[in-house]
Design a protein around this ligand. Sequence first.
Ligand SMILES: [Zn+2]
Ligand SMILES: [Zn+2]
Length: 262
Amino acid sequence: MGTFAVHALCDGVGTFFEPLSSAFPGAGVTDLASAVEFDPVAFPSDGGWRLHFHAFLICPREGGAILVDAGIGDANAPAADWAPAPGRMPENLTSSGVAPSDVDTVLLTHLHSDHVGWSVVDGRPFFPNARYVVPRADHDAVEKLNPRVRDEILAPLAATGQLDLIEGKVRLGPGVTTVPTPGHTPGHTSAVLESGDDAVVFSGDVVLNALQLVAPQVAYSLDDDPEAARAARLALLDEARSRGAWLATSHLTDPFVRSRIL
Ligand SMILES: [Zn+2]
Ligand SMILES: [Zn+2]
């Protein structure tokens, strides 16, 4: 896109531990029919939810790389007890032509275990030269979110001085800015990449399933604050649509959705 390459890195594909009906209890029959049409693979006939786990790599032409989210992680990662571990981040980076040492910034949209897994491997930051940008409100809530993420991810990053806690809108690099989208977690943060008239909105878990594209008012049962999450979703989708942006989603089958069709 413009002067950037944007890669979707799929860390794995799996079935969620709750049926769709309890993950999105507010979805109506019509919403479900539209969502199935939009993303048929995500809705197997047994009522489960088949989801992908995407991270994204933004590569400016002039060099460097920004990683948005860090996937499931290896077989010992905090997400391994529910997500399809090990993930494929190392292979995906190689096929994108990027070494871990090339990544200068890692944005963790939030501190759920399936978004932070490759941040730290065997107690050491997997991206040795990166600053790890983490929403402060999630850092402050990590005890409640997942104590393993505190001990196994945040502590090693703090020890090497690579942890960078943020609030509000922050510039991550040329053309890339964070957008606070709290609700799914207290500090959930999305990002926007702009190049000329084009834009990509990295939504994180603001949108978890196609149900929330066809019916953005539908809440996710594990959102920390469903009302705030709904407001953030409506605002971010409005922004994406008004720019004709691509939406880069964490868990839909197709990592990139053109927002103008929504
Ligand atoms: Zn999440
Ligand atoms: Zn997620």
